[in-house]
Design a protein around this ligand. Structure first.
Ligand SMILES: [Zn+2]
Length: 436
C-alpha cells in the first residue's frame, strides 16, 4: 500500500471512530452537580443539578447521574445562577479619544465580565447612530462577552459635554432607523448627561424607543426646574422605560422629610417605570439607599455603570455591588434576580437570564464568602457586611470560560482519561498529548 493510501485509510478510520463517538455521546456535555440553583424566572431556589448539552440548558433536576455527562463538576455549597446581566456598562474603548466614553473612559468588556459571573453586558449609550457601526466593528464583534447596546440619542454618542448637550444632534428618527438595522443588538435608547433646560433629549429618545419598540434608559443629567423628575417619571417616559442612578440623590430621588422615595419615584413605579442602580463613580449614596430600601423601595436591577472610574472606586464590579446591597437589606435571591431575570425583562430579552430548558447555557457559579467586609459609596462613607459573593466558575454558551479555583481541572498527575470531547464543555480543551 502506498503511503498516500495508508494515510487515507488512517483518516477514514479516524472519521469512522469520531462518528461512532458522536452517536454514543452521553446525554449531557456538562453537569453541574449539587449547587443551590437560584433561577428567579422559574421560581427555583433549591439544591439541584444542571445538565447542559450543545450550548443549551438540557435539564434542571435533583439526582442527575454523572454517568450521563462527559464532564461533571461538583458545585456543592455554591450558588448556581443564570449568567449575570449587567444592564449598564461602558465599553466603547479603543478609539483613542481622551475623556470620552466613546474612547478612553470606557473599558474592554472581557477583562471585567467572566471573572465576575457576567456573560451579558448592555453598553449604555456610548455610541449614537453616527458611530454605532464603528463600536460594533471595534468592540462588539471582537469580544467574547455578549454585548447588547443602548443607542445614545445624541448621534455622536457619549463624547463629552459639547456633544451630549447639543440638541441639534438628537434625532429620534435617525436613532430608530439605526436600531431597526440591528434588531436584537440595539435593545434600547439612552439619554444622559444633558445640561440644558429642555426636554428635547427625553422626547427624542421616546420617539426613537417607540418607533423601534425598545425601552429608553435615562441618566437625567443636571437637575433643572424646567424639567422636574416628577414629570419625567409620570408623563414623559412610558411604562417599561428605565431610570438609572436611582440612589444618586442628584435629582430629587429622595423625599427629604421621610428620607424615603420621592413622590416622583413612588408614582413612577406605580406606572411601570423600572429603577436601576447604575452605581458608577458618582451615582450611589448610602444616605439614600439605606432609608429607601428600609421603606421598601428596592431596585429592579443591579448594574455597575462600569467605566474607568467606577472600576477602582466604590463600585469595583457587579458582585461587589450585589454584596453591598446584601449588606443593606436585600436577600441573596433578590440580588440574583436583579442581575438575571429582571434586567432581561427590562430589555425585553426574556430568553436571557434564566435556566429554562432550551435556554442558552450561560451560568454563573458563585460562592458566598463569610467574613468582615467593607463597602463604600460615592462620598466615601462605609457599610460593613458579613457576606461577599465571589465568581467561582462562569459558563457561556455551554462552555467554561472562567474557573477561579480549577473546579473543572484535573490534578496535574492524575490519569488523563478520554479528553477527545473536552471541546464540548470548555473553551480551553486539554492538548491530546500532554507535555511533561
Ligand atoms: Zn453610565
Amino acid at each position: 500500500m502506498s503511503i498516500l493510501k495508508k494515510l487515507l485509510a488512517c483518516s477514514a478510520l479516524v472519521l469512522t471512530v469520531s462518528a461512532a463517538q458522536a452517536q454514543n455521546l452521553p446525554a449531557y456535555d456538562l453537569l453541574l452537580r449539587g449547587g443551590r440553583v437560584i433561577d428567579a424566572k422559574n421560581n427555583i431556589d433549591a439544591v439541584m443539578d444542571v445538565g447542559i448539552k450543545d450550548g443549551r440548558i438540557a435539564r434542571v433536576a435533583a439526582g442527575l447521574a454523572p454517568g450521563d455527562a462527559i464532564k461533571t463538576i461538583d458545585v456543592r455549597g455554591m450558588v448556581v445562577a443564570p449568567g449575570l446581566i449587567d444592564l449598564h456598562t461602558h465599553n466603547y474603548t479603543g478609539t483613542g479619544e481622551r475623556n470620552s466614553y466613546a474612547g478612553d473612559s470606557s473599558i474592554p468588556p472581557d477583562g471585567f465580565t467572566f471573572r465576575t459571573g457576567v456573560t451579558t453586558v448592555i453598553d449604555a449609550g456610548c455610541a449614537g447612530w453616527r458611530n454605532f457601526e464603528d463600536f460594533k466593528d471595534r468592540i462588539i464583534d471582537r469580544s467574547k462577552t455578549r454585548i447588547l447596546a443602548m443607542l445614545n440619542i445624541v448621534g455622536a454618542g457619549m463624547r463629552g459635554g459639547k456633544f451630549e448637550s447639543n440638541t441639534f444632534d438628537m434625532d429620534g428618527e435617525a436613532a430608530a432607523k439605526m436600531a431597526a438595522r440591528y434588531p436584537g443588538l440595539i435593545i434600547g435608547i439612552k439619554t444622559a448627561h444633558f445640561d440644558g433646560p429642555e426636554w428635547a433629549p427625553v422626547e427624542q429618545a421616546v420617539i426613537a424607543g417607540t418607533k423601534a419598540n425598545i425601552p429608553v434608559m435615562v441618566d437625567f443629567g443636571a437637575d433643572r426646574p424646567t424639567r422636574p423628575l416628577y414629570d419625567l417619571l409620570t408623563k414623559k417616559l412610558r411604562p417599561g422605560d428605565i431610570y438609572t442612578h436611582m440612589y444618586s440623590g442628584l435629582r430629587q430621588e429622595q423625599d427629604l422629610k421621610t428620607m424615603g422615595p420621592s413622590k416622583a419615584f413612588i408614582d413612577g413605579r406605580a406606572r411601570g417605570i423600572y429603577f436601576d442602580t447604575g452605581t458608577g463613580g458618582g451615582s450611589f449614596k448610602f444616605s439614600l439607599a439605606v432609608p429607601m430600601i428600609k421603606q421598601g423601595f428596592k431596585p429592579n436591577s443591579l448594574s455597575t455603570d462600569l467605566h474607568i472610574t467606577a472600576m477602582n472606586s466604590s463600585t469595583k464590579d457587579i458582585l461587589n455591588v450585589a454584596s453591598k446591597f446584601m449588606a443593606i437589606g436585600l436577600t441573596l435571591p433578590e440580588v440574583i434576580a436583579g442581575m438575571t431575570a429582571n434586567p432581561a425583562r427590562e430589555i425585553k430579552h426574556e430568553e436571557l437570564g434564566n435556566l429554562s430548558v432550551g435556554s442558552v447555557a450561560d451560568v454563573a457559579v458563585l460562592s458566598v464568602q463569610k467574613g468582615r467586609f467593607g463597602f463604600t459609596d460615592m462620598v466615601n462613607t462605609k457599610v460593613e457586611g458579613t457576606q461577599k459573593l465571589v465568581a467561582e466558575l462562569t459558563i457561556k454558551d455551554g462552555k467554561v470560560v472562567y474557573d477561579l479555583n480549577g473546579l473543572e481541572a484535573l490534578a496535574w498527575d492524575a490519569p488523563q482519561g478520554d479528553i477527545s470531547q473536552d471541546a464540548r464543555w470548555t473553551s480551553w480543551p486539554r492538548p491530546v498529548v500532554r507535555s511533561h
